[in-house]
Design a protein around this ligand. Sequence first.
Ligand SMILES: Nc1ncnc2c1ncn2[C@@H]1O[C@H](COP(=O)(O)OP(=O)(O)OP(=O)(O)O)[C@@H](O)[C@H]1O
Length: 242
Amino acid sequence: MIASLLRLFHMSPPLVELCNVSCVKDEQPLFRDVNLVVNEVILRGKSGSGKTTLLKCIAHLILYGGSILYRGSAPTIYGVPSYRIRVLYVPQRPSMLPGSPQDFLSAIIALDAHKALAKKSAQRTSPLQRAMDIASSWDISPQLWDREWSNLSGGEAQRIALAIALGLDSAELLLLDEPTSALDPASSLAVERYLINEVRSERASLKAIMWITHSDEQGGRVGNKFIQISGGKCREEQGSSV
Ligand SMILES: Nc1ncnc2c1ncn2[C@@H]1O[C@H](COP(=O)(O)OP(=O)(O)OP(=O)(O)O)[C@@H](O)[C@H]1O
């Protein structure tokens, strides 16, 4: 709705807008009528309330009702693979992925959708080099890139998955599913700082993040909008207290 009004006045539509989004699990509505414009959003709610499911709807990874618009158009207008690398979901447990991080990154780089975006990019270094540099700044050694995901620690896998998402330099919106849940406080702060600097930097592709966290402290550090999901509804809250 916002997108069509803005078009009327020749203004840019929001990066990502949710209009009456709903999702059903086991024939029961999990949530309904979610309306939201995404920027630095913190998503909170009890375990099982539907946070991951909402991020997967936004990433167009599962079926949903209502509409999700990226720059005013449906994901299918861009092509779903192209949409998914621009609106990129980073899973809570990357350790469940097959192969090694390097295999995973190579598979994404080989996608036509990525090649088309990369052609337009001003980046001089490869996505692997960028991802490895970012991960290295978070104490991830180069040897880990060839190790099976299943043999990485939870915290190593989380940092590498995030470094891949950033190194690809394709996402305008990152959907982060408890991205630091397996990290110690110092590593968690380093990752938060990097992500916030990136999303607020004029030169970065990244324009917005939607971040699930169970930590109010973290929410207060990284969010400017706070959404609580509960009883099948999403509502915006003020500040960082639940
Ligand atoms: N494929 C599925 N089939 C049936 N039910 C599902 C499926 N995926 C998730 N659910 C159910 O949907 C509900 C919401 O799951 P979701 O993972 O979105 O919750 P969450 O809020 O992210 O929880 P947590 O904080 O524990 O990660 C849960 O009850 C879950 O069991």
